[in-house]
Ligand binder design. Structure first.
Ligand code: SF4
Length: 407
């Protein structure tokens, strides 16, 4: 896979050494067991895959290069480039400005832009409406485009099935930048609806089966379907695509469920299924798959707790937390500073969107075993800093350097 020129501050000698070694031993990426870092009183089981993915490295390379090559120019990002506060703050420090927040709320009006301004499209991609808005201002919309190719792959898949007259069901978070972009591209071609989870998929299934009155459809899915969507005619042939960072098991379950609904509603034989349900496979990206499989592999090991590092608005990170929570006390942190001491931690409850403070989070035993991973937009340097902070609580911080030396 292509390598990118990412600022060295995001790299970590410890993590790079570990990742390179694992890669050499497992080139086909078949081994999802964690790497055991045995530091004596503290044992860290590090996920096989985590950290910056292709799309994030690509976006960071383009954004920093654009800043370096355009001194004196006004540079804007449509919104956060990736969901990591450290990277976004570094860009803000270099004078880049954000036009919108992550929910799409305008921070700087379009009218403030001039034709010679630079506008960078983030890794999530953007909507056709925003592309048109930029073009109307005389700004070439795709000149500084960091849209991840794996997101574009989903748009292509939606277009392919749309061209065959299937309605596209997008499994994604309706307000997430990527889902808004996918929705926009898909609806330009075919009727499109977003479902955020299995619960909403079941409700959609009830409309397909005729178990709910179609008059209720507009209220139930308000803001989540394309203009002119007619549930009476647009739920006859469907296919499912997803936001690239959803939980793989949920996406699969939703696709299986909708397929079954179509089979039952239209009494389809196995050969007739494609007449009503497009086979899209899943459209998760490789990084989401690898990172989630690595967490599943890591959770097979005995441990006392899990720590997941990443931005709080990062979809892929929250799904790693969700997986860990099924088995262990799990702490979602965005930086090492949140490890306040050996007994105090500040962490994020993404279900209720609140910061929590927990005492005695490290098990009172020796050795304590911690599962550690991070999201696809989290710099490895932060993960190393988390490891070093944990080691300091046990007076063994020097062991990180000893470990690097023997790798
Ligand atoms: S998580 Fe996947 S789709 Fe998103 S930026 Fe990374 S590689 Fe691209």
């Amino acid at each position: 896979m292509k390598t990118f020129n990412v600022p060295v501050i995001y790299r970590s000698p410890l993590i790079s050494a570990i990742k390179n070694k694992r890669k050499e031993q497992d080139r086909m990426k078949k081994d999802f067991t964690p790497t055991t870092l045995d530091f004596g009183p503290i044992k860290i089981l590090l996920a096989r895959h985590f950290g910056f993915c292709y799309g994030v490295e690509n976006a960071i390379e383009i954004a920093f290069k654009t800043v370096d090559e355009n001194p004196g120019k006004r540079i804007f990002l449509l919104s956060e480039m990736i969901h990591n506060p450290h990277v976004n703050n570094d860009l803000l420090d270099r004078g880049v400005q954000f036009l919108m927040d992550t929910s799409g709320k305008q921070l700087i009006p379009w009218s403030a832009l001039q034709a010679d301004d630079i506008v960078i499209i983030p890794a999530f991609g953007t909507t056709l409406e925003i592309e048109r808005q930029l073009a109307g201002l005389g700004i070439e919309p795709l000149k500084y485009n960091t849209t991840c190719p794996f997101v574009e792959r989903v748009w292509n898949k939606a277009e392919q099935i749309g061209n065959k007259n299937y309605t596209v069901i997008v499994h994604g978070k309706p307000k997430h930048e990527e889902t808004r972009a996918t929705f926009s591209h898909s609806q330009a071609n075919t009727p499109t609806i977003v479902v955020k989870d299995m619960e909403e998929a079941i409700v959609l299934g009830e409309f397909i089966k005729g178990k709910r009155p179609l008059e209720d459809f507009a209220d139930v899915f308000k803001g989540q379907f394309s203009e002119g969507f007619n549930p009476a005619t647009d739920l006859q042939r469907v296919g499912v695509v997803n936001q690239t960072t959803m939980l793989a098991t949920e996406t699969q379950a939703i696709a299986d469920y909708i397929r079954q609904v179509m089979v039952e509603t239209f009494d389809l034989s196995p050969e007739a299924v494609p007449e009503r349900f497009a086979d899209t496979r899943d459209t998760l990206c490789y990084a989401t798959n690898d990172n989630q499989s690595a967490v599943t592999g890591m959770l097979k090991e005995a441990a006392d707790l899990a720590i997941v590092v990443g931005g709080y608005n990062s979809s892929n990170t929250s799904h790693l937390v969700e997986l860990c929570e099924e088995k262990l006390p799990t702490y979602y942190i965005s930086s090492p500073e949140q490890l306040i001491s050996a007994t105090e931690i500040s962490h994020y409850d993404f279900h209720n969107k609140q910061e929590l403070h927990t005492s005695y989070y490290l098990a009172d035993k020796s050795p304590v075993t911690i599962l550690l991973t991070s999201g696809a937009s989290c710099p490895d340097a932060l993960v190393e800093a988390v490891i070093r902070k944990l080691l300091s609580f046990y007076g063994v911080e020097h062991k990180a350097d000893e470990y690097i030396a023997q790798l």
